[in-house]
Design a protein around this ligand. Structure first.
Ligand code: DP6
Length: 332
């Protein structure tokens, strides 16, 4: 069968997904809002091939390790079941950013895989169905299917838990300044962390309050209101980290430089610079600023002790097929 190649961007959440109602189906405890990151891309090619003796999964030019292989095969199995085919798949995936850079890659990886695998199996899935499929691979991946600013509704079950675009990439010129503090593998991965969220006495308060944060964040984006946006994004990040730190066992992701960046960002905002921060399950900080202030912001962040690198990304588009796939999937 013909190979298909898809591109997808990772995303950064402003109202975060942390904890599942159902870990298997990745039904989130609360809805979330994010923007796609244009500067970072995963490119994945899938071909179902009757002559293959086994599944073949390559990531960044190497044979995938066992855990990654199994996670890819689970999603490919779902596609095979829907398409009623039984050939093994050949999957090649590559990021244009170093995998050890501490930038979450599973969102882009599973969004690109869902689109390429569905196409390669000749399934005709709409955006919602693709978003649901990507969600089964990695929750945040469902937000990398639509473009621009995206909201993932918690939904009532598997069928209505998917992401939609709430504003196009051009709607608001925001930039994510990704402040790389550590490139070490994180001590506890997201999937393991989600499973611990419910052990924090703070998780129920965080989840109950999520509709309020989602409303404020969505309106701030739609009104391009940076002051309101900054306040809710930082509050949401702190709420998630409070849950992490009070889980059993507790999860501490911050390094001293993480806090130094948080303080510098808050001080800069107090002086009138449009910048705020959010932190995922790691020590790196995503400083979000307006396009007009990116030069000044990047300069400030780069000068902080402990910061290894600052990578800039504009708002990205949706997951999409590459029209003329080359035979070499490594040429991004
Ligand atoms: C902190 O989507 O990576 O980045 O569903 O287990 O793959 P899995 O988890 P994942 O969790 C993302 C957690 C987060 C917050 C967010 O992106 O909303």
């Amino acid at each position: 069968m013909f190979p298909y190649t898809a591109l997808a961007h990772p995303n950064i959440a402003f109202v975060k997904y942390w904890g599942n109602r159902d870990n298997g189906l990745r039904l989130p405890a609360n809805g979330s809002i994010s923007m796609n990151l244009e500067g970072l891309v995963t490119r994945t090619t899938v071909r179902f091939d009757a002559s293959l003796p086994a599944e073949r999964v390559n990531i960044n030019g190497k044979i995938a390790g066992n855990a990654a292989h199994q996670r890819v095969v689970s999603l490919v199995d779902e596609v095979r079941l829907m398409a009623r085919i039984n050939h093994f798949a050949w999957v090649e995936s590559e990021n244009n950013f170093p995998s050890g850079a501490g930038i979450a890659s599973s969102a882009a990886a599973f969004a690109a895989l869902a689109l390429a695998a569905a196409k390669a199996a000749r399934l005709d899935l709409d955006e919602a169905a693709l978003s649901r499929l990507a969600r089964h691979g990695s929750g945040s991946a469902c937000r990398s299917i639509p473009g621009g600013f995206v909201e993932w509704a918690a939904g009532t079950g598997d069928t209505d838990s998917y992401a939609v675009s709430i504003a196009s990439p051009e709607y608001w010129n925001l930039v994510d300044c990704i402040v790389v503090i550590s490139t070490d593998p994180k001590p506890t991965g997201s999937s393991e962390g989600h499973a611990l969220a419910g052990t924090s006495p703070l998780q129920s308060a965080r989840v109950d309050d999520a509709p309020r944060r989602l409303d404020i964040c969505r309106n701030a984006i739609l009104n391009r209101d940076f002051a309101a946006f900054a306040e809710i994004v930082e509050e949401d990040s702190s709420l998630m980290h409070a849950v992490m730190m009070t889980s059993h066992p507790p999860l501490y992701y911050w390094q001293p430089a993480t806090l130094a960046v948080m303080q510098a960002v808050r001080a800069a905002r107090a002086k009138g610079m449009p910048v705020c921060y959010t932190i995922d399950a790691g020590s790196n900080v995503h400083a979000i600023c307006t396009g007009a202030s990116v030069g000044e912001t990047a300069k400030l962040l780069g000068s902080i002790t402990g910061v290894r690198e600052v990578r800039l990304s504009n708002v990205g588009g949706p997951a999409r097929l590459v029209e003329n796939p080359t035979t070499n999937p490594y040429e991004i």
